[in-house]
Design a protein around this ligand. Structure first.
Ligand SMILES: O=C(O)C/C=C/C(=O)C(=O)O
Length: 260
């Protein structure tokens, strides 16, 4: 087994066992980090998971500041990560999950590497309020830029609300993240690179550069509009986005100590 596959195997085991792993000791280039991510995803695909799109990360100042990283990243989404809207998420599936409010795009046409914002929007079938569950496989949720990229940019789960027509102004939609009925984060779609379509344009470029251009049917998560909030057992989480509606889920009450 080579070094790339070895690290991918370690991160995969950490995710499957919901057990943290130490940060990667060796320095990696960005290309190596994305090669580990691709190898990690191959393991998931071999187990039967299907790629359903991609997620963007560190597309807002709030997220960059929270994690101390100021470069955009991306990761792959699979059907195994999709959680039912309004459903219950199993806490013990994750190491130390967090949630962040997002906007999701559903594509009706492929997107090449180089598109204008107008061309990107013309390929959008629908937009939805969404919640991303991120979970770092690294101890204490601490990582370097290349660590987090190798770990599929912390992708772990997604909950998508109602799909809406994309023919509306998405530039400054108010976004509220509530936990147990209390407002915990307030933001705007403008926090996502100034306009969430810019995240979609970047997603098209990055996916094409990885030889996995965006396709009709793909979901693109534009990135957290605010900082993330830690999940804990028994929580109810809801995102409300102006004009788009809401997406919500609950976390079950089981912890690692009660599950055995
Ligand atoms: O914060 C992380 O663990 C990395 C993921 C970032 C995002 O998903 C985001 O900024 O939206």
């Amino acid at each position: 087994m080579n070094r790339i596959e070895d690290i991918a195997g370690r991160l995969d085991a950490a995710a499957r066992n919901a057990t943290p792993t130490p940060q990667l000791a060796e320095p990696l280039s960005l290309d190596e980090a994305y090669a580990i991510q691709a190898a990690l995803m191959r393991l998931r695909y071999e187990r039967g998971e299907r790629r359903i799109g991609i997620k963007m990360g560190f597309t807002s100042r709030a997220k960059m500041a929270q994690m101390g990283i100021d470069e955009m990243i991306w990761g792959r989404l699979t059907d195994g990560m999709l959680q039912e809207e309004g459903g219950v998420v199993k806490f013990t599936r994750y190491v130390h999950p967090r949630v962040e409010p997002e906007i999701a795009f559903l594509l009706k046409a492929p997107l090449p590497a180089k598109v204008s914002p107008m061309e990107a929007m013309a390929a959008v079938e629908a937009v939805a309020p969404a919640l991303e569950i991120i979970d770092s496989r690294y101890k204490d949720f601490r990582f370097s830029l290349t660590d987090v990229i190798a770990d599929n940019s912390s992708s772990s789960g997604l909950v998508i609300g109602n799909w809406n027509s994309p023919r509306q102004d998405l530039s400054n939609l108010g976004i509220v993240l509530e936990i147990n009925g209390q407002i915990r984060q307030v933001g705007s779609s403008a926090a996502i690179l100034g306009h969430p379509v810019r995240s979609l344009v970047a997603a098209a470029r990055l996916a094409a550069a990885a030889d996995e251009p965006l396709q009709a049917g793909d979901i693109v998560m534009a990135g957290g509009a605010t900082g993330a909030e830690a999940l804990s057992p028994g929580m109810h989480v809801c995102v409300r986005v102006d004009r788009l509606g809401k997406a919500e889920f609950s976390v079950d009450g089981e912890t690692a100590s009660t599950s055995s």
